[in-house]
Design a binder for this molecule. Structure first.
Ligand code: DP6
Length: 360
């Protein structure tokens, strides 16, 4: 399959208007994507758990227009006009026009909302861009009614990637790989695939509690962050390290060794932050409470031997990962000892999910 296969070659102009609604989840990377080449091609492979509760719900309403020289779209967040999203969507439309040649034929109304608070510091680009890509694919399917669901998902992931890299991992669940690697057959830089190998029972229904340490705007946008990997003194080693970690994780996922799993995800999270601390310019994205939480998790793990681990994205919030069967004791610990370090005591309980759903 090549990128050319994603170009819609011909389409009839029969569809006058309509609407479609998708919900698409966020995802949490275990091996992180950090660094990209031109056209949203990742520097290294990544793997993530698709989430279940943190989602974006997007309705796309389309109606045929006469002037096809420009994009014509409006964006609404929680029912209110939100022009702040327009530049990112405009860039996305420009990138995907060649694959969706009908985009300029319609007036588009994009109405979006998130199940998590907008200002929670949780990245909404993965869920938001994938939800929009899925809506556009539903429109495309009207021109190509014989489209297989396999092609639909692949192209939705491909388009999502052009909006935001990590978004390509949100279409399906529950474990998703993006980026070419010898470790995973069928992996691609262009779109994500479902992890195709055996996964131990220990990882079924894995839980993810997100501690909202800092709900403010991100200090460094991910685009700026990825660019910091160009000419980074440790970039080459990091990209190799990600390949090695994916290989290790493949064995861990098969064996079900939770101690090794925790060591790997925590090391990945800290490596991501180490990359930011050693770039030029450099950033510290953890807050004092992030470190307090990490130390509390380590103390609790040492004293109870419970399989609790954490990962971080490019911010201060802490994602705690643990098996469902330990949820009772671990949630007790979170409520009693960690919530105090969250901004306004806010945290979100999520778990592994199976991907996006069409609602209407
Ligand atoms: C730290 O997907 O947000 O969450 O492609 O520029 O939109 P863009 O970046 P984005 O980067 C996410 C980086 C990360 C790690 C990950 O999810 O793999």
């Amino acid at each position: 399959m090549t990128v050319n296969d994603f170009i819609l070659k011909s389409y009839s102009n029969q569809i006058e208007n309509g609407g479609v609604t998708w919900e698409s989840p966020s995802n949490i990377a275990l091996v992180k994507y950090w660094g990209k080449k031109a056209n949203q091609i990742p520097e290294n492979p990544s793997i993530s758990f698709t989430l279940n509760t943190c989602k974006t719900i997007t309705t796309l309403t389309y109606s045929k227009k006469d002037d096809t020289s420009n994009f014509d779209f409006e964006v609404y967040l929680d029912g209110k006009r939100h022009d702040g999203f327009k530049p990112k969507i405009q860039t996305f439309f420009e990138r995907v026009l060649v694959y969706l040649p009908f985009l300029k034929d319609y007036n588009l109304k994009i109405e979006t909302s998130n199940t998590f608070p907008h200002s929670s510091g949780i990245a909404s680009s993965a869920s938001g861009m994938s939800a929009l890509a899925l809506c556009l694919m539903s429109l495309e399917r009207q021109f190509d009614t014989k489209m297989t669901s396999e092609f639909f998902n692949k192209k939705a992931s491909f388009l999502s990637r052009l909006g935001s890299g990590s978004a390509c991992r949100s279409i399906e669940g529950d474990l998703i790989v993006w980026g070419k690697t010898d470790v995973v057959e069928g992996s691609s830089n262009e779109f994500a695939i479902k992890y195709p190998y055996k996964v131990h029972e220990n990882f079924k229904n894995y839980q993810n509690t997100i501690l909202l340490v800092d709900k403010g705007e991100k200090q460094v946008s991910s685009t700026v962050g990825h660019n910091l990997m160009h000419n980074h003194p440790f970039a080459k080693q990091r990209f190799e390290h990600a390949h090695q970690n994916l290989n290790k994780l493949k064995q861990i996922l098969e064996s079900g060794n939770l101690n090794d799993f925790i060591s790997l995800i925590e090391s990945e999270a800290l490596t991501l932050h180490a990359m930011m601390m050693t770039s030029n310019p450099y950033f510290i994205l953890m807050k004092p409470n992030t470190l307090k939480i990490i130390n509390k998790i380590w103390d609790f793990r040492n004293s109870t031997n419970l399989p609790i681990g954490f990962t971080l994205d490019a911010g201060a919030n802490v994602h705690i990962l643990y098996p469902k069967k330990e949820a009772h004791r671990i949630l007790e610990f979170i409520k009693n000892e960690l919530v105090a370090y969250c901004q306004n005591g806010h945290y979100i309980c999520d778990e592994i999910g199976l991907g996006a759903n069409q609602l209407l």
